[in-house]
Design a protein around this ligand. Structure first.
Ligand code: BYC
Length: 346
């Protein structure tokens, strides 16, 4: 779908301040301070003692093989998600409705490339190479987040992705700043600060549309309708079906369960949707006084598993694009390797 002039007036609207993902930045800063303190005390004790004392495991420390493998699995999947995650939004850079929106979107997509690189570097500290990780993605052996297998149909999807997808990412990733593996925790601090900008720009963009012409408003609502459940599914299967949660939580890789984070996300979004003046597409969404949380309809977990296994609306397209980009980049890798070799002999 192409934009027409009537969608182009998206500037100059102030967005009211909202509590939520931005507030989580305080949590990132506390995690950053704790990381510095842990670095001062690091280096003492067995793996179990370090975990128990909430210190950090570092690359040269002794660690159980399953801890190492589990981290590679999660960090690689996370890195692949950032790289594939550039596609749905990259698709709209040439069609952004103004220079300002284009610059913001470009910066965001570039940040995602950067996140992928920090994460690949963190995974490499566990003894796996970048080439192995790339091969695992391209061959389909390692996965990436389900969310990036949905199409971006209108410009409003850029706002909805920023608000909901980056919002879900922050809720999921802020606790990872306190992950027990030092390199992953340190990468997450910077990623979360950037994700906060991503979430804000999406929210602001959606706010402008929601307060624009009736057609812009309809477009914003339609985007929210399509992205709500896939965003809820990003948190993974329900706790009762999560294969890795128990061990990951015991090793302090994950700090909260999939369902706990999903609930935190819903609780954060409901008041934000009110300010936007948009409706979340769940008639059963209501405050539960007893639980102190919103009740909501969970996403379709069968659909999640289908998408994870490769049968989502855009899986094939995303992978074909990634493989093509990889092939087309071969000359850059060769040139970089030749340049590095020249440096060594000079
Ligand atoms: N999509 O035992 P479970 C971003 C898999 S990037 C695909 O609960 P775990 C952004 C799971 O891997 C967002 N697969 O797993 C970027 C496992 O399969 P395997 C990415 C999923 O690890 C650009 C199986 O299902 N964020 O935000 O304890 C632009 C059983 O699950 C999904 C991260 O990667 C899914 N949604 O918990 C904008 C964060 N859910 O590996 C935004 C780091 C589950 O045994 N990762 N699976 O074959 C995590 O926090 C955790 O890995 C998860 C899953 C919460 C995702």
């Amino acid at each position: 779908m192409h934009l027409t002039g009537k969608f182009c007036n998206t500037e100059g609207v102030d967005t009211p301040a909202v509590k939520g993902a931005d507030g989580l930045l305080g949590e990132v800063e506390r995690a950053e301070a704790a990381l510095r303190a842990a670095a001062d005390r690091a280096g003492a004790g067995s793996f179990e003692a370090v975990i128990e004392a909430d210190q950090k495991i570092e690359p040269r420390d002794v660690m159980p093989e399953d801890y190492r493998k589990g981290l590679i699995r999660q960090i690689a999947q996370h890195a692949h998600s950032e790289i594939i995650g550039m596609q749905p939004e990259g698709n709209w850079i040439t069609r952004a409705p103004s220079l300002r929106r284009k610059a913001i979107l470009l910066a965001k997509v570039q940040d995602e490339a950067g996140h992928g690189l920090y994460l690949y570097a963190a995974a490499e500290t566990l003894g796996v190479t970048r080439e192995e990780l790339t091969e695992a993605l391209l061959s389909g052996r390692q996965k990436y987040s389900s969310i990036f297998n949905y199409p971006t149909l209108t410009w409003a999807d850029m706002g909805a992705i920023g608000w909901l997808v980056d919002g879900a990412a922050i809720v999921n990733q802020v606790p990872l700043c306190r992950c027990s593996y030092g390199p992953y925790a340190r990468a997450m601090i910077r990623i979360c600060k950037e994700e906060s900008f991503h979430q804000r720009q999406g929210y602001q963009s959606l706010y402008v549309l929601a307060n624009g012409s009736p057609e812009q408003r309809r477009m914003a609502q339609d985007a929210v309708n399509r992205w709500w459940y896939p965003s809820l599914a990003m948190f993974g299967p329900p706790d009762s079906e999560s294969t890795h949660s128990a061990q990951s939580m015991a090793w302090k890789i994950k700090r909260f369960s999939n369902d706990e984070l999903r609930q935190r996300f819903v609780d954060m979004c409901v008041p934000q949707a009110d300010i936007l003046g948009l409706t979340l597409p769940d008639p059963d969404l209501k405050w539960n006084e007893q639980r102190g949380h919103y009740d909501f309809t969970p996403p379709d977990f069968d659909e999640l598993m289908r998408v994870v296994k490769g049968d989502g609306p855009c899986n094939r397209q995303r992978m074909a694009h990634r493989r093509r980009a990889h092939d087309e980049g071969a000359w850059v890798r060769e040139a970089a390797a030749a340049y590095a070799a020249k440096g060594k002999t000079a």
